[in-house]
Design a protein around this ligand. Structure first.
Ligand code: GLV
Ligand code: MG
Length: 325
């Protein structure tokens, strides 16, 4: 390990993160009863400009009035390039109850964006005597944000998670996409012809670089990495496939832009019983090896060592957190 220790963000489950438009309070109760780990009440892109003042009022009331259970509760404010953002922060933090856990900042482009919101939030918290410190969820969804992602991830002790906003990212980078967060037949490798002249097409994942880069920036700063939206909510298999790819790379969860995607996110980002049982066996085998003064041992014909223990412990800890929820 490096001599530098990484402080971890406060621990919370983040397998599914349900987006709920602040302008549609009819959806709030249902969202609160859903199985989502995190809910974000949206003031940004799901809300038309003329509806923003009413959406703020809806959210302020709902934060305190609705029983959100053990869920983490976030509000997505508007971007720093708009004239809505300051009032989002001021009104929501001055008027809503301490039930609120997180503010989600969209389209973060530089570390200074985070610094600016931190300054505002810090003043309001002090002035209002808010007891719970608000954490930040940062959406990386522009070329600028992706360029500056490491400085952004380190920009505030309030930072808890980085999110990949694939829709805006595609717009910002002018990527050619056919759907939000889906695969693209043009991002494929055509194999050379085999002896019979046949050629295969292997689809690739056009978001691989962006998500991997986000995972590295997040983990190097003790934050969670969370994959963003998958637009086609009728395609459960497509969602699962995208979520699995993100999970394999180190993401802890994925957005749900429709309630039907919540259970899919929870399913993919929960370790399976089989994996947990195997992780417990690895920990037990390593404990025994250690008692015998060995640093590595073989289990089922495979090498396990201290790195295997660390992987196994992460998995078992996650399973315990899920069971406790
Ligand atoms: C989310 O905000 C996105 O743009 O994908
Ligand atoms: Mg966006």
């Amino acid at each position: 390990m490096s001599f530098k220790t990484i402080a971890l963000a406060p621990n919370r489950l983040n397998r599914s993160e349900l987006a709920v438009p602040g302008s549609n309070p009819k959806l709030f109760e249902k969202a609160a009863r859903s199985a989502a780990d995190v809910i974000f009440l949206d003031l940004e892109d799901a809300v038309a400009p003329d509806d923003k003042p009413q959406a703020r009022k809806n959210i302020i009331q709902a934060v305190g009035d609705i029983d959100w259970g053990k869920k983490s509760l976030a509000v997505r404010i508007n971007g720093l390039d708009t004239h809505f953002m300051y009032r989002d922060v001021v009104d929501v933090l001055e008027q809503s109850s301490d039930r609120l856990d997180l503010i989600m900042i969209p389209k973060v482009g530089t570390a200074a964006d985070v610094y600016a919101v931190d300054m505002l939030v810090t003043q309001i918290e002090a002035a209002m005597g808010r007891k719970k410190r608000i954490g930040f969820e940062l959406i990386i969804e522009t070329a600028l944000g992706m360029q500056n992602i490491h400085e952004i991830a380190a920009a505030s002790p309030r930072n808890e998670s980085l999110h990949f906003g694939v829709a805006d990212y595609a717009a910002s980078t002018r990527a050619r996409t056919t759907s939000i967060g889906g695969a693209n037949p043009d991002y494929a490798v055509l194999t050379d012809a085999d002896d019979a002249g046949a050629r295969d097409t292997h689809w690739g994942d056009m978001w691989h670089y962006a998500i991997s880069r986000m995972v590295v920036a997040a983990r190097a700063n003790g934050l969670r990495a969370v994959d963003g939206p998958f637009g086609n909510f009728s395609d459960a298999d497509g969602y699962r496939s995208a979520a699995r790819r993100a999970a394999v790379l180190g993401c802890e969860g994925k957005w749900a832009i429709h309630p039907s995607q919540v259970s899919l996110g929870n399913e993919v980002f929960s370790p399976s019983e089989k994996d947990v049982a195997q992780a417990r066996r690895i920990i037990a085998a390593m404990k025994e090896a250690e008692a015998q003064g060995k640093g590595a041992v073989s289990l089922d014909g495979r090498l396990i060592d201290y790195a295997s223990i660390r992987q196994a412990e992460v998995l078992v800890k996650k399973a315990e957190e899920i069971a406790a929820q």
